[in-house]
Design a protein around this ligand. Sequence first.
Ligand code: SF4
Length: 343
Amino acid sequence: MEQLPGLLTAWYRQHARELPWRRDREPYHVWLSEIMLQQTRVEAVRGYYTRFLAEIPTIAALAAASPDQLNKLWEGLGYYTRVRNLQKAAQVVMERHGGVFPGTMDEIRALPGIGPYTAGAIGSICFGLPEPAVDGNVLRVMTRLLDDSAPIDQPATKKRLTALLRDIYPHDDPGTFTQSLMELGATVCVPNGAPLCGQCPVRTLCRARAAGHPTALPVKAGRKPRRIEEKTVFYLTCSGRLAVRRRPEQGLLAGLWELPNVPGHLPPQEAVRQAEAWGLHPEQLEKQLTRTHIFTHVEWRMICYVIRCGATPDAFIWADAAALQQAIALPTAFRMFTKEEGL
Ligand code: SF4
């Protein structure tokens, strides 16, 4: 394992992808990219990252931004708690650290929304601290290199492999080693399909490859099945405007916008009656759509009724196309219906 940092960093310097957040080691940029990249593909993040920085160029601007502006910039990325915590952490940086991102592991870890992985990434890349950043990618690479079949979704495995990495972390440019491990996991020792062992700079060290079974790793103990929730969603239009409302400030998709919805699957006549009960004067039920949206712990199975209405009661906000494009942050679970209807 002692050979790992040297081999990997030499490879990284030649083969690293050009990514917008790798142009400098400014903590705000690395932090923002690492938060966006959690659970999200690099290709999806590129555009979001560039747009976000263009509108919110500094930590001070992030601390002062309106939640609606931030939610709109995050729309479609999912896991909106991330952007709320980004702002909370920016406010802490402004209040406690004079607007300068702190440079010790304890201070970084104390910021809202920053766990051990992100702290390790920022600490090593931006501040030259020999701190591992261990996520699913790194665990996959490590278990394959070591031919280690301990389940990676158990904390003890992560703890052990983090300690092992910490022992070999280079004190000279640890950030490049962090990035090289991430890059190997993303481009060579890939999660889906067979790893590209023939192109791997550390194949001579790899025990899973020597044993002929790299795809058998990593092992996962498995998580609980997702909870299924049935919903009836209402796509209610009146004179080109769409009914939306705020979600509660707590819970899933807190504080974001939604299409009106009720629990359970209502048949069409009951859906129309529900629209009447809201005071909408339903004129025509135009369409019925069936869609599923998957969150980490819950799965929404939705029937959506597209209903043209003759009244716009105050129970809802009636948004036109411009508001839906520019101001209303509608999560993907609902945005899929507006896209389908061309709004
Ligand atoms: Fe992954 Fe193959 Fe490299 Fe081993 S040799 S680390 S399995 S890509």
